[in-house]
Design a binder for this molecule. Structure first.
Ligand code: HEM
Length: 471
């Protein structure tokens, strides 16, 4: 592996200092949100075993849960992915950012929305049970403004490209921002916020926040980072385009699968199931494309951590999304609806896929921007604690949730299902501790890649000679 590719890139002057400052600032603030929001997640996990622990008004489960979910979604994952999208857009288009000022304004808006949203939830101001829309609507308007600014800046950057084609990553990232502007507007329009219409919009918003925002942003990062690390083109550009369009065709209508057996029209629920099955097409197509790009190089996973993070992210995408298709059937929902299996699923996808994609993208690209790598120990600790922790988390809740569902189907007293769940909650807490500790190590790694003293890890770019040897 070449040791100094990152430093050489710096010396060649390939690196745009303003872009580096922006990319670093997005990453640092996102990391602070990750630490905060998952500390809350850990506290929540232990509240299941000890509900009276820290039960003061401001520390109740009802206030803290949406602080955790909105903090991880909008503070951590959104800000980190937008920082990555800016870097990918500028580098893949061979240009500077359209406007550095807009990038800074966007960063402020994202953070102002996340801070005021957190404070509002903590003080008891919220929009009730509108999942991932719990922030009062004026605050969601600030988030929408951040999206608009980002869309403008990303599109402006891609419009300045020196090549004729728009590289695949930018299709994914630009459209993610545009789609999410639409979704966020629909989620605010007052005439959709009553009765069954509100239920339909909840399904539309909550699932599209995942499928039309985090998913395409993370996939766009894969399309840039994997070829970059491996110094080889993506296996099939056409398959990437195909997965892009099928994701757009099938995703927007599947959110109704969260409301099977509800008063929503039966045909609408069936439509959501059909589109959930159709999602196999972009998911398997996209995953195959990434894995085939890595073909012959899987031996590198034992030492090249940026690639290993991305590999886990791809597997998380494949397994988590396929699990989503299976969960959407009525027969499966009869077992898993309303219980902890769903929490396992959301952490398999948001953690196993999106988080690992972000970490892989950052470990692959941030050193190229700053010329600083983290330490080898820090990379290994982060990877293994996050992987083992999330594995324990997801497996324990998947088994526990299934036990819960079987108890309900057998008509056992509800309290029996609560008692049966107890050991699985403890295991979730154990997994959560490892995950949280890994985030502390990640913060240390971010510090070393940005403002701190660089570590001793190799450059994320695999040297061609080694690539040839491994192939
Ligand atoms: C230390 C790591 C983490 C721990 C201990 C943790 C813990 C929890 C807990 C206890 C809940 C509430 C579950 C319930 O209501 O039954 C929850 C919900 C949730 N968390 Fe986390 N979490 C962690 C990391 C994350 C991250 C990084 C993300 C996203 C990037 C995330 C996304 C979510 C989502 C989407 C839900 C709602 C799940 C649903 O309703 O289906 N979590 N988490």
């Amino acid at each position: 592996m070449s040791k100094d590719a990152a430093v050489q890139a710096q010396e060649r002057g390939d690196v745009d200092r303003e872009l580096t400052a922006i990319f670093s600032a997005y990453t640092i603030t996102a990391t602070l949100w990750l630490l905060f929001a998952t500390a809350i997640g850990l506290l929540l996990a232990f509240k299941f075993g000890a509900p009276d622990f820290w039960a003061a008004k401001y520390l109740t489960f009802g206030r803290l849960r949406p602080i955790h979910t909105n903090g991880t979604f909008y503070g951590w994952a959104s800000i980190a992915l937008v920082g990555l999208a800016y870097y990918v857009a500028a580098r893949s288009c061979g240009t500077r950012l359209y406007s550095k000022r807009l990038a800074w304004i966007g960063l402020w808006l994202f953070n102002i929305a996340a801070v005021t949203g957190t404070i509002a939830l903590e003080l008891g101001y919220n929009e009730g049970d509108l999942e991932y829309r719990e922030w009062p609507w004026p605050i969601r308007l600030i988030f929408l403004a951040a999206l608009v600014v980002t869309a403008w800046n990303l599109i402006g950057t891609v419009a300045r490209r020196t090549s004729e084609d728009i590289y695949l990553s930018n299709w994914y990232t630009m459209s993610a921002v545009l789609w999410t502007c639409v979704i966020a507007i629909v989620a605010i329009l007052p005439w959709y916020q009553h009765g069954l219409g509100q239920v339909a919009i909840s399904g539309y918003y909550m699932h599209n926040a995942v499928g039309m925002w985090f998913t395409p942003l993370a996939l766009g990062v894969f399309y840039y980072a994997i070829p970059k690390i491996m110094s080889r083109p993506i296996y099939s550009y056409a398959l990437g385009v195909f997965a892009f369009w099928t994701n757009l065709c099938f995703y927007p209508l599947l959110g109704g699968h969260h409301f099977l057996f509800s008063p929503l029209p039966w045909w609408l629920q069936t439509t959501a199931i059909v589109f959930s099955v159709a999602m196999i097409v972009p998911v398997w197509g996209g995953s195959a494309n990434y894995l085939l790009t890595m073909r012959g190089r899987f031996g590198d996973l034992t030492h090249a951590y940026p690639l290993a993070f991305i590999f886990v992210g791809v597997i998380g995408y494949l397994v988590g999304s396929t699990q989503g298709t299976v969960e959407a059937f009525r027969s499966m929902q009869a077992l898993w609806h309303f219980n902890n299996f769903t929490i396992g699923h959301s952490h398999l996808t948001m953690y196993g896929f999106v988080n690992f994609a972000i970490w892989g993208g950052l470990y692959a690209l941030l050193p190229l921007a700053t010329g600083k790598t983290p330490g080898r120990l820090g990379l290994a600790l982060h990877f293994w604690m996050a992987l083992v922790g999330s594995f324990i988390y997801v497996i324990s809740l998947s088994i526990g949730g299934t036990v819960q569902g079987l108890d309900w189907m057998q008509g056992k007293p509800f309290i029996q299902s609560v008692t049966d769940m107890a050991p699985y909650y403890v295991w979730r807490g154990v997994g959560g501790i490892l995950m949280f500790l890994s985030h502390g190590v990640f913060a240390w790694n971010v510090w070393r890649m940005t403002t701190g003293v660089a570590g001793n890890a190799d450059s994320p770019i695999l040297a061609p000679a080694e690539a040839g040897a491994a192939a």
